[in-house]
Design a protein around this ligand. Structure first.
Ligand SMILES: [Zn+2]
Length: 412
């Protein structure tokens, strides 16, 4: 579900940080009808322009004297005919058809540059959305003003301050959302409370374990929802195919999936916010692997939202406070190495939660030990990056880096 996250970062230029906050809308029936109509208009314009693009492209192949299709021309062509041919388009914001055609232009651009597949027609139900440019809407507290509709209630206030860029209004499982993008360039947050470092180990039983010994639990609401999910799925399989009841059960299930995704996203946001608020330097294992090899070792909350999403949140939130996230090579044996004496076990099965070091006799909690090792690696890498002399443990870890057992990538 690509749109489940709250704040998507779009740009990384200097002094520019574009973040999006996705807020649930509370339309009444009249307003919901308008939103559906605007989304329908956007979809129609997109599909009209795509068909027209294909037609003009074929014509241009037959007669090279004809111009190549492009989105600006298509927008002008639609504007020229819409009053007569599609007068119902005038009932919604003019942004709906215009932005849709601009998005088609971008889709073609991505296709030409081999970043995406050939654009496909938008489908009703799957692609219910439209976009507003910043001159076409206003945000005030828990309200958003949309042209030809008026004020609409939102469930939350906008989280970011800065220049508002655009809003994408979309429907997921029957709920409407506005994803508002903001350029927060001057909105740096205060630095972390604790200027020290922390190591974070992501595990199965907990969302995360910190080098301080704290264990962060998975979102509590999740278990209740997952139980309900199991019940509903069973329920659905009992309903006759093609029946009205099956349709109803399916819709309920889609809504539940949407709220589970929200609870997960919320859990990750709370976690990344609290960690970056508390610590300046954060050491985590670099689990971003294409094959998702590490997934079975991660809690469901992270596995389902994607580790890339958590990593993205940590990096930009740390950046906003002047902190840094240090990624430690995933082949570094953080679980198997004793954090007291650096003794390395030959193997440590996944099921073993505690172990005693044969060298120094320390009893380790598997996850806490791993988190401490990650913290040490993070500290030693910042020390070596600054060219300073490390403290005892950092030097030890440095020695290990030198021996080729671990590599460190630093990205902040
Ligand atoms: Zn030991």
């Amino acid at each position: 579900m690509p749109e489940a996250d709250d704040d998507r970062r779009c740009s990384n230029a200097v002094n520019e940080m574009i973040l999006a906050h996705r807020i649930r809308l509370d339309p009444n029936n009249v307003q919901a009808t308008y939103l559906a109509r605007a989304a329908g208009t956007a979809r129609f314009a997109y599909n009209w322009a795509l068909a027209e693009w294909q037609r003009q492209f074929e014509a241009c192949k037959a007669d090279p004297a004809l111009p190549q299709p492009n989105e600006a021309t298509l927008r002008r062509q639609l504007n020229a005919v819409k009053r007569v041919q599609f007068p119902w388009m005038l009932e919604v914001t003019k942004n709906a058809p215009q932005m849709a055609i601009m998005q088609l232009g971008r889709a073609f651009q991505n296709f030409f540059e081999k970043r995406a597949r050939y654009p496909r027609f938008r489908r009703k139900g799957a692609d219910d959305r439209f976009t507003l440019t910043n001159d076409q809407f206003q945000v005030n507290g828990k309200r958003i003003r949309i042209p030809k509709l008026g004020w609409l209630r939102m469930r939350e206030t906008l989280r970011f301050t800065g220049r508002i860029i655009s809003a994408a209004v979309s429907r997921t499982a029957g709920y409407w959302y506005a994803s508002i993008t903001v350029d927060t360039q001057d909105a740096q947050l205060p630095p972390a409370e604790n200027q020290g470092a922390v190591g974070v180990d992501f595990g199965v039983t907990h969302l995360a374990t910190l080098s301080t010994g704290e264990k962060v639990a998975n979102p509590r609401a999740l278990r209740t929802l997952l139980d309900r999910l199991r019940r509903l799925s069973r329920n659905l399989s009992r309903k006759a195919k093609g029946s009205c009841n099956r349709k109803k059960a399916k819709f309920k299930l889609a809504r539940l999936h949407a709220s589970i995704a929200n609870v997960r996203a919320n859990g990750l946001h709370q976690f990344s916010a609290s960690i970056t608020q508390r610590f300046h330097t954060i050491g985590i294992e670099d689990l971003y692997v294409k094959g998702l090899l590490a997934n079975r070792c991660l809690s469901r909350a992270i596995a389902d939202m994607g580790f890339a999403e958590l990593r993205r949140q940590l990096v930009y939130k740390a950046e906003r406070r002047g902190g840094q996230v240090i990624f430690i090579d995933r082949w570094y044996p953080s679980s198997k190495t004793c954090s007291c004496c650096r003794h390395k076990l030959a193997r440590l099965d996944l099921g073993i939660r505690q172990w005693t070091c044969p060298e120094c006799g320390t009893l380790h909690d598997r996850d806490v030990n791993a988190a401490i090792n990650l913290k040490k690696m993070a500290v030693s890498s910042t020390v070596s990056a600054c060219g300073g002399e490390g403290s005892g443990p950092a030097r030890e870890a440095q020695g290990e880096t030198g021996s080729g057992e671990a590599g460190i990538q630093q990205r902040s």
